[in-house]
Design a protein around this ligand. Sequence first.
Ligand SMILES: [Zn+2]
Length: 171
Amino acid sequence: MTTVGPTIGVHDLLRRRGSRLVVNATVDLGGAETSTASIPDGTEVSAEVTLDSINDGIVLTSELDVPWSGECRRCLEMTSGIVRVDVHEVYRVDPVDEMLPIVNEEIDVGGALRDAAVLSLPIAPLCSDDCRGPLPSEFPVMTATDESAEVVDPRWAALSELRFDSADDSD
Ligand SMILES: [Zn+2]
C-alpha cells in the first residue's frame, strides 16, 4: 500500500468515476486540544484511507485511533486513553455545506483526519468508570445516569404535584 503525506493528488480518481484508491496516510496530530482534553505533542497516527470517486467528488473513509490526555472530571488527576474515530468526508471542487474542497486536484487528508480527531476528544474524561473522586466519603460516586437524572427532594415533589398546568414552569 502506498504511504502518502497529508495531501493526496486525486487527478486519476477524478477522471475515473467509481474507482477506488486505498492508501496509508500518516498524520501529525500532536498539540491539538479542546478545553477538556488534548493530543500529546509528537503524536503521529497512521491510518488506512479509502478514497472513492463519485460524481463530481471524492468520498474519504477512514478509521483512526487517537491517543488523548486530560483531567479526570471527578478526581482532577491527569488521565489518558485512546479513542477510535470513524472519518467520513466528501470533497468537491465546489464544496457545499460540510463538504471539503478539492484544490489543484489535491485533497487535504491530513486536515480532515486532524479535525475528526479533535472532534472525538472526550468532553468529560474519566480516569476509570468507578473513579470516586478525591474525597469519596464526602462526594459519593456519581454515574452518568445519576447526573442526567433529575434529583427531586421528596418535600418539593409533594409541592410540585400541587402545581396547576398553567403555573410558572421556569423550573
Ligand atoms: Zn479520576
